[in-house]
Design a protein around this ligand. Structure first.
Ligand SMILES: Nc1ncnc2c1ncn2[C@@H]1O[C@H](COP(=O)(O)OP(=O)(O)OP(=O)(O)O)[C@@H](O)[C@H]1O
Ligand SMILES: [Mg+2]
Length: 430
């Protein structure tokens, strides 16, 4: 190595002090590798990776608070050009798969030798360098969303909003939230109206339904980026919107498979895909949205009926084997005083409330009637402020990990689920 060749900058994240020191010692005499810092927790690792911009993060999987897979997902999204090498004592396929899905480049099973470690670091670094050398800037066609730096190859995050109860504020929240995420992140953001029969997104955003999901009818098999862009409408906030069919009988023609293909294609083209839904678990289309979601914002209010329904819905998500951190509880009109306290509700339902949204009063209805989301119309309204806070948490990767059991944000898989809907599952459980 010549003097002016730069060293490979490495950040070590491991909660066990002995392991950290061993790793640092193993690498001490390698002239081309420099350990720039170490961290003991996932969040600390994320903060240091953002600050120091290392070439490689050497990440342990099993750590308290936030595991290495979750930390990796966030680092890959937020730190351009970084590569992650994952370490674990477990070599099981499941860990390996999760690590790779989170974006890790290599997987080292402990205990490993110094040689294995060094050659893995060099290999990942050289691989990344040659990719950069040969990378051709992606030319985006007119009308297509432009990809921000480093996000060309990433898969977007699907964030749906659901509630077992209707009229609880789903469409109001998701339209405002999508706009707030667009404003805050400047990333590629799409909004899909998955409320197939009586979709309200077009009205709430004052977008005429000149094109809707129905325009994809019969063309789903040929769905590609261009076709998708042709049917998406642009809101004044630069958000791209895919509207629900304009009539209920057209809505009936959209199948669960169609929706899956649409969402899959959107994932390749956008960083965030927000999806509105309606309150039916009997509908395969709605279940397919929930299955495909990385996060399900689950809206509730401080009413006994809403709380009872949420408790039942949480049971259903267990049957569906969704990871616990996929369900993000959002308490709407949290400031309304009905004699119930949010803390008590958390205990009753056994799930943390991740975000609260204040009542925006008549301004919300006014904004709906005008067709301008309140975050644009009145950004200082308490409702808008809370929506902005939620948007920041999503973009900064703070949501969805707090109540993690063990695993990354991942899509739940429905064990043995057949096309007959959810109710077969109840029967099987008995
Ligand atoms: N935080 C809030 N502050 C004030 N008004 C609100 C708030 N959340 C919802 N609303 C009002 O509640 C009504 C229902 O909201 P919305 O249409 O978003 O619910 P929904 O769950 O999408 O209903 P649907 O079942 O019809 O799809 C709207 O009139 C909206 O103005
Ligand atoms: Mg709605």
């Amino acid at each position: 190595m010549t003097e002016n060749q730069r060293k490979i900058r490495l950040l070590v994240v491991d909660d066990i002090v002995e392991t950290r020191n061993n790793l640092i010692n193993l690498l001490y005499f390698e002239r081309d590798i420099e350990v720039v810092d170490s961290a003991t927790r996932g969040q600390e690792g994320i903060d240091k990776a953002k600050k120091l911009n290392p070439d490689i993060v050497l990440m342990d999987i099993n750590m308290p608070d936030m595991n290495g897979i979750q930390a990796t997902e966030i680092i890959i999204k937020q730190v351009p050009g970084v590569s992650v090498i994952m370490m674990s004592v477990q070599g099981e396929q499941d860990y390996l798969r999760q690590a790779m899905r989170a974006g890790a480049r290599e997987f080292l099973v402990k205990p490993f030798s110094g040689d294995e470690l060094v050659s893995s670091i060099r290999h990942v670094y050289q691989d990344e360098q040659s990719k950069r050398r040969f990378a051709v800037p992606v030319q985006y066609q007119p009308g297509l969303p432009s990809a921000p730096n480093g996000s060309e190859a990433t898969q977007g995050e699907i964030i749906s909003i659901f509630s077992p109860k209707g009229g609880i504020g789903r469409t109001t929240i998701i339209t405002n939230l999508a706009v707030a995420v667009k404003q805050y992140s400047k990333k590629r953001v799409a909004l899909v109206d998955g409320s197939l029969f009586f979709g309200d997104v077009g009205i709430m955003m004052d977008i005429r339904n000149t094109k809707t999901m129905s325009d994809l009818q019969g063309r789903i098999e040929n769905l590609d980026t261009q076709l998708l862009q042709d049917v998406m409408l642009t809101h004044s906030s630069e958000l791209k919107v895919l509207l629900a069919p304009s009539k209920p009988d057209q809505g009936e023609l959209v199948t669960a498979d169609d929706l899956k293909k649409i969402l899959k294609e959107l994932k390749n083209n956008y960083d965030y895909i927000f999806v509105d839904t309606f309150s039916s678990l009997k509908e395969e289309t709605q279940l397919s949205i929930l299955d495909m979601s990385d996060l399900i914002l689950t809206v509730m209010s401080l009413e006994m009926t809403a709380i009872k329904d949420i408790r039942l819905f949480l049971e259903v998500t267990e049957i569906l084997e969704y990871p616990k951190d996929k369900i993000v509880l959002v308490l709407n009109r949290a400031d309304s005083k009905h004699g119930l306290r949010a803390e008590n509700i958390e205990t009753t339902i056994g799930h943390q409330i991740a975000a609260t949204i204040s009542s925006g009063g008549p301004a919300v209805t006014l904004s709906i009637n005008r067709g301008t989301p309140l975050v644009i119309d009145a950004p200082d309204n308490p409702f808008s402020k809370d929506i902005q806070t939620l948007a920041h948490k999503i973009v900064d990767g703070e949501i969805g990990n707090k109540v993690a059991v063990n695993g990354s944000r991942k899509n739940g898989k429905v064990k043995g689920k057949k096309s007959g809907g959810l109710f077969g599952l109840f029967a099987r459980r008995k």
